[in-house]
Design a protein around this ligand. Structure first.
Ligand SMILES: Cc1cc2nc3c(=O)[nH]c(=O)nc-3n(C[C@H](O)[C@H](O)[C@H](O)COP(=O)(O)O)c2cc1C
Length: 338
C-alpha cells in the first residue's frame, strides 16, 4: 500500500473540508521546498493543443486549487496543466458549511461550495509568482449577488485581472451551486456572453490566448448540439465537458437516499463517468473536429483517460479520483496511457 493508502482512513475520518484545509496547509509548506522535483514526461505524451505545448494531456480540473496556492505541488505530481478557480471578480465566502461530502464506497463527491473565492485581484497577484513548467488555466465565474443580466460584467472584470497571468481562460457557466448560472448556457444568453468576452480579449491584445467554455452534463442532447454551434460560430477556442451533475439518478440505491439526504449540490467522481462520457461523445460528434474538447467527469484510471482520448478528446482532467486514489494516481495514469 502506498503512503496515501495508509493515511486515507485517518484523512477520511476528518470532515471533508477540514481535511482539504489541512492538506492545503501541509501542501503550502511542501511547495516552499526549494528542490521540489518535477517529473520529465516521455515525448510521446506531449501534445500541441490550443496553440500550447502540453507536456501531457492530463490536467487537474477546476475547483481543487481555487486560489492557485499549490502550483509547484501539482507540477511535482506530474500534471501537465492545472485549471485554477473558479475565481469570482470580488471575494466571496461561498455557501455555509457543511458544503462538501464524500462517499468513498462509491468514489463519489457531493459539493455545494458555491464559489468560495479570494477574488480575482488576490489570485492574480499570487499568479505573478507562478512556477515555470506548468500550464495554468484560469476558470472564471460570477459573484453570487450579481444579477444574471449583469453576468458579462463579472466575467469581464475577472478576465481583465486574471487573463494576463494564465495560459488559457475557461468560462464556467455550468456550476450548479450559483443560482441561475447554468441559464447562461442557453444559446440566447451564450451568444452575447461569448461575443463580449472575445471583444475584451481583443481589446486587451490577448487574441492568441485560448478561451474555453465549461459545460454541464445535465443538458439535453439537442441542447448540446445547439450550444456547440453557438460556440463554433462565436470563435472561441474549445470546450470542457463536464462539470458536476445534479442528477441523483447516477447514484444506485441504497446510497442514493443517503446522498439525497445531504441536500443540494453537484455530484462528481465514478457515478458521473457514464453520463459525462455520453455528453462528451455527443459533443465530439457535433463538433466534428472544429474545436478541441477537454474531457472531465468521472475519469479515474488510465483506461478512463485513454478512453476519453480515444473518443477524440484533446486533453483530460481529473478531480474526484485524486481525492479517493491519492497523488500516485497521476503517475499510474501516465504509465497506462499511450
Ligand atoms: C469540491 C469540488 C469543487 C469544485 N469546484 C469547481 C469550480 O469551482 N469550478 C469548476 O468549473 N468546477 C468545479 N468542480 C468540478 C470539477 O472541476 C469537475 O468538473 C467535476 O468534479 C467532474 O470531474 P471529476 O468526476 O473528475 O471530479 C468542483 C468539483 C468538486 C468535487
Amino acid at each position: 500500500m502506498d503512503l496515501y493508502g495508509a493515511l486515507r482512513p485517518l484523512i477520511f475520518r476528518l470532515d471533508p473540508e477540514t481535511a482539504h484545509n489541512l492538506a492545503f496547509w501541509l501542501g503550502e509548506r511542501t511547495c516552499a521546498w526549494p528542490r521540489l522535483s518535477s517529473p520529465e514526461h516521455p515525448a510521446a505524451l506531449r501534445r500541441s493543443v490550443l496553440g500550447l505545448d502540453f507536456p501531457t494531456p492530463l490536467g487537474l480540473a477546476a475547483g481543487l486549487d481555487k486560489g492557485a496556492t499549490l502550483l509547484p505541488l501539482w507540477r511535482s505530481l506530474g500534471f501537465g496543466h492545472v485549471e485554477i478557480g473558479t475565481v469570482t471578480p470580488r471575494p466571496q465566502p461561498g455557501n455555509p458549511r457543511p458544503r462538501l461530502f464524500r462517499f468513498p464506497e462509491a468514489g463519489l463527491i457531493l459539493n455545494r461550495m458555491g464559489f468560495n473565492s479570494e477574488g480575482a485581484e488576490v489570485v492574480a497577484a499570487r499568479l505573478k509568482r507562478r512556477p515555470a513548467g506548468l500550464l495554468v488555466g484560469g476558470n472564471l465565474g460570477k459573484n453570487k449577488e450579481t444579477p444574471e443580466a449583469q453576468a458579462l460584467d463579472d466575467y469581464r472584470a475577472a478576465y481583465r485581472l486574471l487573463a494576463p497571468e494564465v495560459d488559457y481562460i475557461a468560462l464556467n457557466v455550468s456550476s450548479p451551486n450559483t443560482p441561475g448560472l447554468r441559464n447562461l448556457q442557453a444559446p440566447e444568453a451564450l451568444k452575447p456572453l461569448l461575443a463580449g468576452m472575445l471583444a475584451l480579449r481583443q481589446e486587451l491584445g490577448l487574441e492568441r490566448q485560448p478561451l474555453l467554455l465549461k459545460l454541464a452534463p445535465d443538458l439535453a442532447p439537442e441542447d448540446l448540439d445547439a450550444i456547440v454551434e453557438v460556440a463554433v460560430a462565436s470563435g472561441i477556442s474549445g470546450l470542457i465537458a463536464t462539470n458536476t451533475t445534479l442528477d441523483r439518478g447516477v447514484v444506485a440505491e441504497p446510497l442514493r437516499a443517503r446522498v439525497e439526504a445531504k441536500g443540494a449540490g453537484g455530484l462528481s467522481g465514478e457515478p458521473l463517468k457514464a453520463k459525462a462520457r455520453d455528453v462528451r461523445r455527443r459533443i465530439l460528434t457535433a463538433l466534428a473536429g472544429r474545436l478541441p474538447l477537454v474531457a472531465c467527469g468521472g475519469l479515474g484510471s488510465p483506461e478512463d483517460v485513454q478512453g476519453a482520448l480515444d473518443d477524440g478528446a484533446a486533453l483530460a482532467q481529473i478531480y474526484s479520483a485524486l481525492i479517493f486514489k491519492g497523488p500516485g494516481l497521476v503517475d499510474r495514469i501516465h504509465q497506462g496511457i499511450r
